[in-house]
Design a protein around this ligand. Structure first.
Ligand code: GH3
Ligand code: MG
Length: 537
């Protein structure tokens, strides 16, 4: 492990220590609020805990925690140890405690510097009857880069939700003790939010239709009965939290009227889409290549050629066969519209265009197109790119690396002794391991990296604009963390490792690059597995 790597790990470790200490301070404050009787002891506890927090935070350069702690110490000085807490000081302390709790909860740019990577996402709240199970689950979730918190009662859950809306809640239908109390809590909670929080319900006892209906009506996306193992749950949580990171649709608009084109650009951008506008039909080929749109909007009548002709040209290219094409025109003759559609269009919008209608059409077409495309280019077990598409992306990235004169790395990764995992725990558990590694990779690599399932238990990583040493560091970090992860199999748990070969592009073909990475992977296996090896130059 390099020095930097080591330092980063240590930093993450200590960052956790600071946040833990912040929680100790908050807990002590809770006790102070609940009891007036032991003022002296509580005053001392609170001061000691806060001093410790400030010391840790300063030492590990966590600025916000340090200043929140210092503010607290300042106020504490005005609370004479042997007296009861005055209302004024109590009020000020509460304000400072709120500040401190924001440090541990809120996602800000500052947190990016000071908190460990596992705390970057919005939280997942876990409200189970069994606290021990909740904590086990949280440990697993943290491995996948989720930030999760467990709650003991409805009140603290509601309180946390109002301070920081979670991405998902995992809820026992009986959370809180009495029958269906968990569902009642969720019902109350959803009332307070404009958009519902996705909830995953679980129950050991009650899988009746009445309960499922009630759960579904208050935002229950999933209902596990009887309860499930943590692996399955994490996969579900991953699904619901992924929804928040939907990429904006890339829409190409060709309209010779500059004013109309501008209008379209405005509407699309305001709807959160990425628009690329051209007014000259002769630019279409270049725009298709440079922008790779997911949806194309064509004006019907333009000087020099028609939208229908352009559509035919687009459809001449195999890879653009399924990109939806939407025509725009003042044409309201239905038979002409039908004719236009028969020449490769998917929809027809009549000018003047109602923005709402346009956006709805693009959304529907885009969603369909994406799910069709996913069937073609993604592997169904892991959701990663399949073999063919991975190689296609590698070709593309080689072209880009050449153009931009940037480094490019390709890595092949293979699970160690996977056959034994299948043999010992069964094929479905083997599949779960493949999915867990794919989730792990997705969450720890950059958006610009590409991850493919290359073969059965073999994965390929394309890392653009990355030097070999950086690629190795990143993958090594992933390797170490993945090896720590406990894979659940019924009542047992086991660990899995992988080996990896990394090759940096040297102006060669994609095939030769793959072969070199594969060679390095072979060497990694030869060296005893669970290691990352670079290909020779
Ligand atoms: P090594 O450390 O040398 O890589 O050993 P290994 O056991 O991982 O490698 P080997 O090539 O002997 O076995 C790979 C196994 O992966 C064999 C195959 O049954 C299993 N496998 C391939 N695809 C899948 C899949 O989709 N799901 C499951 N569960 N197993 C798969
Ligand atoms: Mg293997």
């Amino acid at each position: 492990m390099t020095d930097d790597n080591q330092k980063e790990k240590l930093k993450q470790h200590f960052a956790r220590r600071v946040t833990t200490q912040a929680r100790v301070v908050l807990d002590t404050w809770q006790k102070v609020k609940e009891s007036d009787s032991q003022a002296e002891i509580l005053h001392r506890d609170l001061s000691t805990a806060t001093e410790k927090l400030v010391r840790y935070a300063q030492r590990f350069e966590m600025v916000r925690h340090a200043s929140a702690g210092e503010a607290l110490l300042g106020i504490l000085q005005r609370w004479a140890p042997d007296t009861a807490l005055s209302d004024a000081v109590r009020h000020e302390l509460q304000g400072a405690m709120d500040q401190l709790s924001q440090c541990t909860l809120r996602r800000t740019d500052q947190d990016l510097d000071e908190a460990p990577r596992t705390y970057l996402r919005t939280p997942v709240y876990v409200a189970l009857c069994e606290l021990e199970m909740a904590h086990r689950l949280i440990k697993q979730l943290e491995f996948f880069g989720f930030r999760a918190a467990a709650f003991e009662d409805a009140e603290s859950l509601l309180d946390a939700c109002s301070r920081h809306k979670p991405e998902t809640i995992l809820m026992d239908v009986n959370f809180g003790g009495s029958e269906l109390a968990g569902i009642a809590t969720v019902e109350a909670l959803q009332e307070r939010h404009d958009t519902p929080i996705p909830v995953i319900f679980m129950s050991d006892e009650d899988g009746s239709i009445e309960t499922r209906l009630r759960a579904s009506r208050c935002g229950g996306e999933e209902f596990f009965f009887p309860s499930v193992d943590p692996g399955q749950l994490i996969e579900k949580i991953e699904t619901y939290t992924h929804g928040n990171t939907v990429e904006p649709y890339r829409v190409l608009v060709l309209d010779d009227s500059r004013a109309q084109a501008k209008f379209m650009e405005n509407v699309l951008t305001r709807a959160g889409m990425t628009a690329h506008i051209i007014t000259d039909p002769m630019q279409i080929i270049h725009a298709l290549e440079a922008f790779s749109p997911e949806i194309i909007v064509l004006d019907m009548y333009m000087p020099g050629c028609t939208g229908m002709e352009i559509a035919r040209v687009i459809r001449q290219q195999d890879r653009l066969h399924s990109v939806p094409i939407i025509y725009l025109s003042a044409e309201d003759d239905v038979s002409k519209q039908l004719h236009a559609m028969s020449l490769g269009g998917d929809d027809f919008l009549t000018k003047p265009i109602d923005p709402k209608h346009l956006i709805a059409t693009i959304h529907n077409r885009g969603r369909r197109a994406r799910s069709l495309l996913a069937l073609m280019i993604r592997d169904s077990l892991t959701g990663l790119y399949n073999h063919t598409h991975t190689l296609h992306l590698l070709d593309q990235e080689i072209v880009k690396a050449k153009q931009k004169d940037q480094p490019l790395c390709f890595a092949m990764l293979d699970i160690d002794y996977f056959k034994k995992i299948n043999d010992t725990y069964g094929h479905p558990i083997g599949d779960r391991v493949l999915r867990s590694l794919s989730m792990f990779l997705k969450q720890r690599l950059r958006k610009t990296d590409h991850i493919g399932r290359y073969g059965g238990e073999e994965f390929a990583l394309i890392l653009p604009n990355t030097r070999e040493s950086d690629a190795k560091n990143v993958i090594n970090e992933i390797r170490e963390r993945f090896a720590e992860l406990q894979q659940p199999a019924g009542t047992q748990e086991f660990r899995v490792t992988f080996s990896c070969g990394v090759a940096t592009w040297q102006g060669e073909s994609a095939q030769s690059l793959c072969e070199r990475a594969d060679g390095a992977l072979y060497d990694a296996k030869g060296l005893g597995r669970n290691t990352v090896v670079s290909a020779g130059h």
